[in-house]
Design a protein around this ligand. Sequence first.
Ligand code: C5P
Length: 218
Amino acid sequence: MTVPVLTIDGPSGAGKGTISRLVAKKLGWNYLDSGSIYRSLAIALLQQSVDLTDESTIVKVAETMDLAFECGDELVVKLNGENITAQLGLESTGNTASIVAALPEVRRVLLQKQQDFRQLAGLVADGRDMGTVVFPDAPYKIYLTASAEERARRRYKQLKEKGIDANLSRLTLDIEERDRRDSERATAPLAMAENAFYIDSSNMSIDAVIEEALNLIR
Ligand code: C5P
């Protein structure tokens, strides 16, 4: 029996994480936050002060890192036994993740780790290439986006709520830079799958987006 998958791809800050988590909860399905796998690798590399141009060492770290995900109300991620959840959301982590995610060999090594999440009763998978590369046969695919300004505003609000200092114009520049890197890389670039359902959430509430996602499955 094939396990159903809903893929939600899109640029940074489009709300994929929030929407995916809530939709998975409503459906009673598993949830894959694929960005957190790239982010965990970034943390491992930063911890070990690996030179980000040293591709063979980066691939070795990706191959050997031990990741454990505990999905309760909040996602808890352990890297080699250490709880790294607090560092996952940092801008520096996301930016490093985006740099190493451009390496084809890194993507190849991390592919199986992502596909392993496909378990009954179903999977909601959030990322950049879920519908195009990791789960191309997924029966349900969404491409979720929002304007760069709106995404930077949401990110700014999120960081402020966590008590993290942030600068809106800096965040907008970072988001545009990350979009460019994620869209222009040669391997598995951010792209809308041919058969994906397009949602621009710039002027939509979270509930409205969830409703659209559930309608797609119904
Ligand atoms: O989604 P999130 O911001 O957590 O992802 C961090 C970075 O990881 C992205 O900017 C992207 O470069 C990379 N990523 C990826 N493919 C995915 C998920 C994330 O390349 N499926």
